[in-house]
Write a protein that binds this ligand. Structure first.
Ligand SMILES: [Zn+2]
Length: 497
């Protein structure tokens, strides 16, 4: 008896040692992926626990937002159009998902199911599928839900390394998350809170774009600990600063805030699920077409080729515009795509025309930026140009250029103005048509008098001085405008001063 008892005690002891060895072995052999997971789990713990984070259905944040838009500066050599900080409020409902944002007096509603729109003091814009997609990504990477996704089944932790944020030691976890985006998650060694996310995503027309978002000023919100400061950098430059003063989670949703106005509901819904951007051709003169879309362009038929004024938005719109070009003026080569200025909204679709063989005609001041648009890597979302062997051609204009084949003439003139320095206006003398963007826009149902910017005056004076006789202005935004309406608008503004 005694012997066997000793034996069983021995075996318990041996088992214990064995377990200890096994445990140590498993710790020592923890793979980088397992270590990474553990660090993310600690981060979730530091924010209030994965269970509490999973239970977040809505979040309301209030404070200020300051944006600097990439590629929208007046001077092409500067990257950012810096805007002032404005009061800001966002309500995100992750269950749909959907969001409503108030920024100054502007409102934006984005609903993954119903579609979206935004309204500023002048007009309403309907969200396109790509914009909804961009919001979806923001909801997926929102700091309050990020770890739930990153530790979920759809994600893969790929490894771990060490790094620093503002001198503080961090664990850096690589995690591949929704839509195959690879994030570097910086977790503070001491607080275990996330200080930074680094990732690369496709951004038209830059292609692969390096982004980072830093999080600071963590405070308690109910059972959670959440950052009250979020700063976003793109290409190493600060493009968004959000500082919050109030935050709440799972509050009552005010359904009416998410309401999409009846008169646009149908259009909003149709755009949300439309995998293209409709372009409606309107014939302005024989062989001259206005490509009406959210942001418009124009195409002009010559004897042997086609000239396109602006390639707005993105490839989705350019592909549709090219389809309409083929329908209206046939299969002649598109030889030129002329940019009025370098802003990303008006040049976002030029890559597709270049893939078709067009040369970009732009003011000399924009050469570098346009070359960048045409040559930067597009590996995350390859487009027509990145898949073609085509060597992009840029033709620069200093003061003036005339493109003519004897039957048709297009005049280009440099018109520096407060909106953009390297600006070209596009004039068809015989047809008395002039294409411009952002210098003077009248929207449908615009109240009178419309806003007249300093750029509008420069535009009016330069055209008058050049002796150009213009009947109609063909715009990148808004509707086709009679020249007389511009004169009336200027007069109305003068008399109301
Ligand atoms: Zn512009």
């Amino acid at each position: 008896m005694k012997h066997s008892k000793l034996k069983s005690q021995e075996s318990v002891f041996v088992s214990f040692i064995l377990l200890l060895v096994l445990f140590q072995w498993s710790c020592a052999e923890q793979t980088p992926m397992e270590q990474g997971r553990q660090v993310l789990q600690q981060a979730a713990e530091a924010m209030g626990g994965l269970e509490a984070l999973s239970a977040v259905e809505t979040i309301t944040r209030e404070g200020t937002k300051q944006r600097s838009s990439l590629g929208q500066a007046r001077v092409a050599s500067e990257r950012l159009y810096v805007q002032p900080a404005r009061p800001y409020k966002q309500i995100i409902d992750f269950t749909v998902p959907r969001e409503v944002e108030f920024s100054g007096s502007d409102i934006r509603v984005t609903d993954w199911v119903k579609g979206g729109y935004n309204r500023d003091s002048r007009h309403v814009r309907i969200a396109q599928i790509r914009q909804l997609g961009a919001y979806k990504k923001e909801w997926d990477r929102d700091i309050v839900t990020f770890l739930v996704g990153a530790l979920g089944e759809e994600s893969t932790v790929e490894g771990i390394s060490e790094g620093r944020v503002e001198g503080r030691p961090h664990q850096v976890v690589s995690v591949r998350y929704i839509d195959d985006v690879l994030y570097q998650v910086y977790v503070d060694d001491f607080t275990h809170l996330i200080s930074k996310l680094e990732y690369t995503e496709d951004r038209n027309p830059y292609g692969d774009l390096a982004k980072e978002r830093t999080f600071a000023d963590y405070r308690e919100v109910g059972d959670l600990t959440l950052p009250f400061s979020q700063i976003t950098k793109e290409m190493g430059l600060v493009t968004e600063v959000r500082e919050f003063s109030e935050m709440s989670v799972n509050g009552e949703i005010q359904e009416d805030l998410f309401e999409i106005p009846e008169e646009i509901r149908e259009k909003v819904a149709s755009m949300a699920h439309l995998d293209t951007i409709p372009v409606t051709p309107i014939e302005l003169d024989k062989g001259v077409f206005f490509g009406k879309a959210g942001q418009h362009n124009m195409w002009v038929e010559f004897e042997d080729f086609i000239l396109v004024a602006e390639g707005p938005t993105n490839e989705m719109q350019s592909l549709e515009a090219i389809r309409q070009i083929r329908k209206t003026v046939g299969d002649k080569p598109i030889r030129y795509v002329v940019t009025t200025h370098h802003h990303a909204d008006h040049a976002g679709g030029i890559r597709t025309y270049v893939a078709e063989g067009a040369a970009v005609v732009t003011h000399a001041l924009n050469e570098e930026v346009i070359r960048e648009f045409l040559t930067r890597p597009h590996t995350l979302k390859p487009d027509r140009l990145s898949q073609s062997e085509h060597e992009p051609q840029i033709e620069t204009v200093e003061d003036r250029r005339t493109i003519t084949d004897g039957t048709r003439t297009v005049e280009l003139m440099h018109m520096p103005n407060p909106h953009s320095d390297g600006y070209l206006v596009i004039y068809l003398p015989r047809e008395r048509l002039l294409f411009e963007s952002d210098l003077f826009s009248l929207h449908e149902d615009e109240s009178w008098p419309p806003p007249v910017s300093p750029a509008t005056r420069v535009f009016y004076e330069a055209v008058t001085k050049a002796g150009w006789r213009v009947d109609r202005i063909v715009p990148g935004h808004g509707r086709v405008v009679e020249w007389q309406e511009l004169i009336d608008a200027l007069k109305a503004t003068d008399s109301s001063r």
